[in-house]
Ligand binder design. Structure first.
Ligand code: FAD
Length: 466
């Protein structure tokens, strides 16, 4: 946008909503030019930090009339550039809409604004003896609105599913400024199309979510965490298979392969259990009573065939925190090793994880690339971080399209897909055809057109620019 257009937009917005939420100061805009995506900076022309649904509606209506791109933004923890204004325009931050409106213990529903930080909601509902299960590793910094837009998952997905399983209703604003509702504090609803199902995971390209009705469940009273070392990824995934077919459903089944373990050990000064292992499984079991949890633990010991002496069981809250801190610090550890890395999150059927990882490692070795793999063994979601190493930056950039194609093609070959939780955003839009047919992409584009005929909402995401 040129200066004249920004001035005009600012005047139009100020006339309806006052000046308080609007920013054009470059120092402030700079903060909103990045998220957690490596190597991506796009300056917004203008920023609005909306305080309520009416302000969201005003911004969208005016921008739609003026043809200005609007990019919704939660907490900016996304790793595929979803909240970045790649075509300039207005960034619409929902960070000030951060109130937990209600925790309805009778219906076990939380009603929240989109800017609520996920971890804070979890703590608040836990005080009522309730659990909001989706637990992205970024839960201390990401917002529920961003989780809805990305359909965020996390370690507990193996037992509890992802964000979409907990959305009972939404208030959302369409790009022309209309405020709409779907669902609510009800468990069932087949009144017409499932609009929430289309909006969840749409990466801020269809509507701006302004209120969310979340399903809560009773919090388990007992939780135990184990770290189990294995000689290889094959052995670890074999154990996953045996646990799940023994009809035990742990709350988490996280794996990390050798290179990841070494890196995390280095990051923590060697102070992690089993730093020499070929693979780790981080298993969490929860339940209603000590008895039922111990029964599951005994069954796990029976089926996984690992010497119980070699299993690290967290005995206290502090030890549990330490185990999970080490797991959550993997991204930081990678960043410290090499700030330039590609972060992929493919999914394959869980039984194919060992073949997928072996095949990828062979490919990475053949082109002299260092990689770290870890993820959610219980649901087949493999995080693949590929490091730049001591290559020239230009060479590294030039290699990326080939690396991505190789990784995605293998994920599809093993029966999977190119992203399990981080989304397409601006990073994977040119690779959609590896997974989707032209007809499927066209159908998605027609849905986009129905919501956003002028294409103002988060342009340059999901679909390749034509
Ligand atoms: C260290 C680290 C660990 C992570 N671990 C996980 C993980 O385990 N699982 C996982 O799924 N992700 C993970 N992520 C990625 C990220 O945290 C999630 O994608 C998260 O859901 C983004 O939330 P946010 O509030 O930060 O959204 P943002 O980054 O601000 O935005 C993300 C997308 O949502 C859209 N959006 C945001 N709010 C709204 C709204 N109210 N209405 C419509 N659209 C909106 C934006 O336009 C953008 O497209 C991790 C990230 C980091 C940095």
């Amino acid at each position: 946008m040129n200066k004249k257009e920004v001035k005009k937009l600012r005047e139009e917005l100020t006339a309806v909503m006052g000046n308080g939420s609007i920013e054009t100061d470059p120092d402030i805009l700079e903060t909103y030019s990045r998220d957690e995506t490596a190597d991506a900076v796009f300056m917004p022309d203008i920023l609005v930090r909306a305080e309520n649904s009416e302000e969201v509606s005003t911004v969208l209506r005016i921008c739609n009339e003026m043809g200005v791109p609007v990019v919704p933004r939660g907490a900016g923890s996304g790793v595929t550039g979803g909240a970045l204004p790649v075509h300039g325009g207005l960034v619409l931050s929902l960070e000030k809409m951060n109130r937990i409106l209600e925790i309805d213990t009778e219906n076990m529903v939380a009603v929240v604004e989109p800017g609520v930080i996920t971890g804070e909601l979890q703590k608040a509902v836990l005080q009522e003896g309730l659990l909001y299960p989706p637990d992205p590793a970024s839960l201390d910094i990401c917002s529920i609105g961003g989780n809805v837009a990305e359909n965020a998952g996390g370690p507990r997905a193996v037992k509890y599913g992802t964000t979409k399983e907990y959305i009972l209703g939404l208030e959302f604003v369409t790009p022309d400024g209309t405020i709409m509702n779907t669902g609510g504090k009800i468990v069932k609803d087949v009144t017409g199309y499932n609009l929430a199902g289309i909006i969840i995971g749409s990466e801020g390209t269809l509507a701006v979510v302004t209120k969310i009705y979340l399903k809560l469940i009773p919090a388990p009273s007992v939780t135990k965490d184990l770290l189990v070392p294995f000689d290889s990824v094959d052995d670890a995934i074999n154990a996953v298979y045996r646990i799940l077919t023994a009809r035990i459903t742990p709350a988490t089944l996280e794996f990390m392969e050798e290179d990841g373990i070494k890196l995390v050990a280095k990051f923590h000064g060697g102070k992690i259990p089993f730093p020499e292992a070929g693979a780790h499984l981080l298993i969490q079991i929860n339940g209603e009573s000590e008895e039922s949890v111990y029964h599951s633990l005994e069954r796990i010991w029976e089926v996984i065939d690992v010497d119980p002496e070699k299993i690290f069981a967290a005995e206290s809250e502090m030890q549990r925190e330490r185990l999970w801190k080490a797991r959550r610090a993997i991204r930081e550890a990678i960043h410290e090793e090499d700030p330039c890395f590609l972060a992929e999150d493919c999914v394959v059927p869980r039984s194919r994880i060992p073949d997928f990882i072996r095949d990828l490692k062979e490919y990475f070795n053949s082109v002299n690339l260092k990689s770290i793999m870890f993820g959610h063994a219980g649901d087949g979601n493999v995080h693949i971080d590929i490091l730049k190493g001591d290559r020239e930056y230009k060479q590294w950039k030039g290699m990326q399209p080939d690396i991505k194609k190789e990784v995605y093609t293998r994920a599809i070959q093993y029966g999977g897909t190119i992203t399990g939780e981080h989304g397409v955003g601006m990073l994977r839009k040119d690779y959609l055809t590896i997974k989707l047919s032209q007809e499927e992409i066209e159908l998605m584009k027609r849905i986009k057109d129905a919501f956003d005929p002028k294409g103002i909402l988060n342009p340059g995401k999901i679909f390749s620019d034509e």
